[in-house]
Design a protein around this ligand. Structure first.
Ligand code: ATP
Ligand code: MG
Ligand code: ZN
Length: 160
């Protein structure tokens, strides 16, 4: 019998990644950022999770994009906020029983607390003081609220 709601892959389009029963699909990732997304969600290659990755695939909306699918895994809000920093157009779909159970976009938070380490060695957030890092998200990058340092590129390497 034909399922009413089949996996969301048009039959005329070749399948890039096989469907999953339960898990999370992170789609519309900025092309080239998939491996950084894996790093954010803690997938290193020595973990036991089943993960599929497609990079630089063509997309109607984005030209090129990356996709990550993780079996039996849902993401925390903090992971979603980190993904937003490097892939502001990403969509997160929770898959249950092969169907899209819930889909949402990511939202870039205005402030990041305890997520990014300030590159300024003299910053008070890098001392032994019990202070969590605090950055404001600007169009030009991330600005430290303590020392005004601006991180304007390679945000991933500053993630805590
Ligand atoms: N069972 C499944 N296994 C793996 N991936 C799935 C499954 N069902 C849906 N997806 C993927 O989840 C994402 C969201 O599914 P949806 O059906 O909303 O896609 P869509 O129609 O291409 O929408 P859009 O691209 O606008 O977000 C897509 O990347 C789709 O390929
Ligand atoms: Mg699509
Ligand atoms: Zn600082």
């Amino acid at each position: 019998m034909k399922e009413k709601n089949e996996p969301a892959c048009a039959p005329e389009k070749p399948l890039l990644i096989s469907p999953i029963r339960d898990g999370t699909v992170i789609d519309h990732i900025t092309a080239g950022e998939a491996l950084n997304v894996l790093k954010i969600i803690g997938i290193t290659g020595t973990t036991s999770e089943s993960v599929s990755v497609a990079t630089n695939v063509s997309s109607g909306k984005m030209g090129r994009k990356d996709i990550v699918k993780v079996v039996d895994r849902e993401l925390s809000q903090e992971e979603v906020d980190r993904i937003a920093l490097i892939a502001p157009h990403a969509s997160i779909s929770i898959i249950r029983d092969f169907k899209v159970f819930k889909k949402k976009g990511v939202e870039t938070p205005q402030f990041l607390v305890g997520i990014v380490q300030c590159p300024n060695p003299g910053c008070i957030s890098n001392t032994n003081e019990p202070i969590r890092s605090h950055f404001e998200v600007l169009g030009t990058g991330l600005r430290c609220q303590y020392c005004e340092w601006l991180i304007s590129k390679d945000i991933t390497s500053h993630l805590i």
